[in-house]
Design a protein around this ligand. Structure first.
Ligand SMILES: N[C@@H](CCOP(=O)(O)O)C(=O)O
Length: 462
């Protein structure tokens, strides 16, 4: 399997080089040259596999044997050994039409652990075997940062710097990142929002001299391996439901940077027979507007009760657009330049019909998010975090009669107690989270200024 850029100006790469490249050197995103298709017979065989076995099966289509099987197996089993559920991502039945896939049983209580525990092992392996210097640079609206730091803290040959928006992540998210005292970790708390943080890191990745000199590596979903690792739980969830091949299964996904839902799109392209892919966002509803009208136009930033999805410019939208325009890198590049120069992209006609066939989308309002938390707590004694609540609200909107839905629980409610408290619910924190409140924090608050951030990075990486 070779990997190419959505913009068409990068020589085809192997698996490990694609991981190391992160953002493609031409400013695009790396995608597989050809997406492998899994036959229905193979899918049926996969029903009995554990999460780890399924992971290995799926990755075997993508890694080109660049990593010996035993080494990959060891990485996979190590990655999930510290999850609090033996199934890694257990499926919880709420009622006859709704299952919740609990993606929050990893060390930082969010879905990001699923891919980032593995990426930590993978980077460590690459550092050892290829002697590569791994200087991770990432941006977070709260969950990616904590999970990425946990994935690599204290690991030899790796340094990690995470930018998060100052005062715009939840208290627990902030503590999860900033109470880590390993010397290979730097937290920059940027006066700005997530989009500002992501913009700076993308500019630094696009500066090839800087990227090369400082060996910058990505852990955000611009890195294809994040997307691939996330496809595993789509397959796993679908295959856990008895008779799913005879039902219409919809999947509702809380979405910010479009990475998680894009993994679902990839899984579908690989042959997973999902019916509707439902995008759930909050009041930062650029994706809902795009699906409903064809206009992709970043609007103004709003702080909501689901801060991890407080995002306007969704990174993986570019990957989707690439497939929407028939894998035509020139057309895609023209669209991306239009976004730069005119501040929006507009899709119409058959292309828009295709978008609406691929996705349904709902931007959930703040009050609806809180009401959904209250309702499920009362009716099902099941506490949703605010992001999952948006996913559930979107499931309620789009799941048809007789259809079954899986909604992804992307985080544990304890990470967002500020929002849960507004519903009047008092929750007990898991002990790992309660313990964070007594630890000292380590972070540097910086202006939203690229030069200031560059100086911090140079001092850290040198
Ligand atoms: N919601 C994310 C934002 C970054 O997204 P990613 O999937 O590209 O890492 C977060 O919690 O940081």
């Amino acid at each position: 399997m070779e990997y190419i850029s959505t913009r068409g100006n990068v020589k085809a790469k192997g698996f490990i080089d694609t991981v190391l490249m992160g953002l493609a050197d031409d400013g695009g995103l790396m995608v597989p040259f050809q997406i492998p298709v899994i036959s229905p017979e193979k899918l049926a065989e996969w029903r009995s596999l554990s999460f780890q076995e399924l992971f290995l099966e799926i990755f075997s289509y993508y890694t080109n044997d660049e990593i010996p099987y035993d080494a990959l197996k060891e990485m996979v089993y190590t990655s999930y050994s510290n999850f609090r559920a033996p199934e890694v991502t257990p499926l919880h039945k709420v009622n006859n039409s709704l299952y919740v896939l609990e993606l929050f049983h990893g060390p930082t209580f969010a879905f990001k652990d699923v891919a980032l525990q593995f990426m930590g092992e993978l980077y460590s392996y690459i550092a050892k075997v290829r002697g590569e210097i791994i200087h991770i640079l990432g941006a977070t609206s709260g969950d990616t940062g904590a999970a990425a730091i946990q994935g690599v803290r204290g690991k030899e040959g790796i340094k990690i710097c995470i930018l998060h928006p100052h005062g715009k992540v939840s208290k627990v998210q902030e503590l999860q990142m900033t109470t880590v005292d390993d010397s290979n970790v730097l937290n920059l708390s940027v006066e700005g929002n997530f989009d500002d943080c992501q913009k700076v890191i993308k500019e630094l990745f696009a500066d090839l001299d800087f990227k090369g000199k400082y060996h910058l590596r990505a852990i955000n979903s611009i890195n294809f391996v994040r997307i691939l690792a996330q496809t595993v739980y789509y397959f796993y969830a679908y295959l856990q439901i008895e008779g799913s091949d005879e039902k219409k299964i919809n999947i509702s996904v809380p979405s910010g940077n479009f990475g998680n839902i894009f993994s679902g799109y990839l899984a579908k392209k690989m042959g997973l027979p999902v019916n509707k892919l439902i995008i759930a966002t909050n009041e930062n509803n650029i994706l809902e507007r795009f699906v409903n009208t064809g206009e992709y136009k970043p609007g103004s930033f709003t702080s909501t009760y689901s801060p991890s999805m407080d995002i306007q410019v969704a990174s993986n939208f570019e990957r989707y657009l690439y497939y929407l325009v028939g894998e035509d890198a020139e057309k895609l590049s023209a669209y991306m330049s239009k976004l730069q120069t005119e501040g929006k992209i507009t899709i119409a006609g058959e292309a828009l019909q295709q978008v609406q066939a691929d996705f349904a989308a709902l931007g959930v309002k703040n009050q609806q998010c809180l009401d959904t938390i209250g309702k499920y707590n009362e009716e099902y004694d099941y506490l949703l975090d605010p992001h999952t609540a948006c996913g559930i609200a979107a499931y309620e909107q789009f799941n048809g009669a007789g259809e079954t839905a899986i909604t992804f629980a992307t985080a544990h409610p304890a990470k967002f107690d500020e929002s849960i408290a507004l519903v009047g619910i008092k929750q007990e924190f898991p002990e790992q989270i309660a313990a964070l409140f007594s630890l000292p924090q380590h972070q540097t608050v910086v202006e939203h200024d690229k030069d200031v951030i560059v100086r911090e990075l140079q001092a850290f990486y040198e």
